[in-house]
Design a protein around this ligand. Sequence first.
Ligand code: AMP
Length: 296
Amino acid sequence: MQVVKTISEMQKISLNLKREGKSIAVVPTMGYLHEGHLNLIDKARSAADIVVMTLFVNPTQFAPNEDFGKYPRDFERDRLLAAQQGADYLFAPEINEMYPKGYSTVIKIGQIASVIEGASRPGHFEGVAMIVAKLFNSVLPDYAVFGQKDYQQTLVIKQLVSDLNFPVHIIVAPTVREADGLAMSSRNSYLSREERSSGSILFVALQEALKAIENGTRDRKILNAIMLKELRSVQAIRVDYACAAHALTLDQPPEFISGEPVVLLISCWLGKTRLIDNALTTIPGQGIKKLFVEGI
Ligand code: AMP
């Protein structure tokens, strides 16, 4: 696996690969790799000839009061893991390479980026959109693989790709979980032992709401209340949001109808660590084919 540090070198490599008729899949990450990230490499591998993992802790997607400074970093470990998993290139630029002095453009996404997670983290998705656009222009991929773990992010990126006509096919890979259901995350390394043992409550809350949908609940507020009740069974938890929404538009109607794709989205704080998770389903009904199943 070759490590690439500059945009111009990455573009040169990608253009040469394309001339040879090779397809390229990119896997954008902020590093501190875990099995969730490594599974994205496998997905990329099955989509394209060449896999480029990117490693960049993107300052523009962190608010000033967030954890950019203490975000876990271990380049050597990440390099070994990405190579072992079969990535062909690791694009790992420095901050000045991506955001040189004088850099001033912003991308504004609109509605899909301003609700739920976007409302909790103003500016976050604009930072995500900017770095993803810059990574696409650096790697020139045919495919880009993202995790369902950051569900709203996948919607934002699809909006970006559609609105700016990036010739990139977006692949969404299922959330990889610990044995107790906690979604893997680089931020899980912040959790104390006690917090870690409570971490599975997000998964439990999602499962309870999914069960309620299977059993006929259609009322959005009732679904939200089911998740909240479960989450609040852990005393140390502070819920940021727990809400059901239309899975494509993130609209929040009073009731969902048969055949509607629904996403359940949770964010909460365990001590100083902010965790997010989600689940997808389709509201059952006669003759309704499931659009979404967890893991697709
Ligand atoms: P991050 O390094 O946290 O910015 O994540 C990089 C990519 O990995 C994003 O597309 C995430 O959605 C994805 N990802 C992170 N955690 C998981 C997980 N547990 N399962 C699947 N994908 C994940």
